[in-house]
Design a protein around this ligand. Structure first.
Ligand SMILES: Nc1ncnc2c1ncn2[C@@H]1O[C@H](COP(=O)(O)OP(=O)(O)O)[C@@H](O)[C@H]1O
Ligand SMILES: [Mg+2]
Length: 253
């Protein structure tokens, strides 16, 4: 589904991503792991049009999407969540999910932020779908609560649900369980595995190895901007290069 061919991105003297090549299969949960500074977020930023590549190409379903803007990628079924939360705190939970429907509404994301009230008035079917999505993760009772009053764990889940609102084919999750407690982490794992993976292909950047090993179909390991290894979870935990560079011994899976 996604072909990343020899992409490179340099910041000053640092090659954040260095001649990186990778294939993501349709329907897979494909994790990208590696030490801090390995280039994972930069890679996600290039795939999602936040950064332009210095060189290399990216193809989605055979179409060249290299350096296409984030907005246009949403229309091609690509969306993402951010390492740092990008929730509109002054809006309700429901309104935040409605922002995900932006592409169908012919309104800019920012405008939607301010016009959410009129969306609520106009678009019952969007509201029904948003409530359905919230129901999938047990947040329907919080639909009318202001996001600013909710816990970090709930907001992280909300961000994934909001990304689902665009009905994506490919979703990129950058550290979706960072800062969550074990119970919340399990809930997000379940959400990703059962709800999300049924509908979409997922690229997951995550440090929580227990979760990565539980949910991934395939794993690519990055180190110093390059691909260090790739394989199934079993292959990765037993790969000596990966153990040396990243996992250490005694990984609990
Ligand atoms: N916008 C930027 N400007 C300058 N350097 C950056 C920028 N983004 C990332 N980097 C650098 O690129 C390298 C890879 O960073 P990043 O992609 O965030 O790694 P990871 O997500 O794997 O922790 C790091 O050395 C980081 O400091
Ligand atoms: Mg990162």
């Amino acid at each position: 589904m996604l072909q990343i061919n020899s992409v490179t991105k340099q910041f000053g003297g640092i090659k954040a991503v260095d001649d990186f090549t990778c294939r993501v299969k349709k329907g897979h949960i494909h994790s990208i792991i590696g030490p801090n500074g390995a280039g994972k977020t930069t890679l996600v930023n290039m795939i999602t049009g936040v950064y332009k590549v210095d060189s290399g190409t990216i193809f989605l379903d055979g179409a060249d999407i290299t350096n296409i803007s984030t907005d246009k990628l949403v229309y091609r079924g690509v969306c993402r969540t951010f390492q740092n939360l990008e929730i509109c705190e002054n809006l309700t939970v429901l309104e935040n999910v409605l922002l995900g429907f932006d592409k169908y509404m012919d309104k800019g994301l920012l405008k939607s932020c301010f016009r959410a009230k009129s969306i609520l008035d106009d678009e019952k079917r969007y509201i029904d779908r948003a409530k359905h999505l919230l129901g999938l993760i047990g947040l329907e009772d919080l639909a009318d609560k202001k996001a600013e009053n909710l816990s970090y764990g709930i907001l992280k889940k909300l961000e994934i649900v909001r990304a689902l609102g665009t009905s994506p084919e490919l979703i990129l999750l950058d550290e979706p369980v960072a800062g969550l407690n074990p119970k919340e982490t399990q809930e997000v794992s379940d959400l990703i595995r059962t709800v999300v993976a049924d509908e979409v292909t997922i690229i997951l950047v995550e440090h929580d190895m227990k979760m990565v090993m539980q949910v991934s179909d395939y794993i690519t390991v990055m180190n110093f901007g390059k691909k260090l290894a790739e394989g199934t979870p079993d292959e990765i935990v037993n790969n000596q290069d990966v153990i040396r560079a990243y996992l250490g011994s005694g990984v609990v899976c």
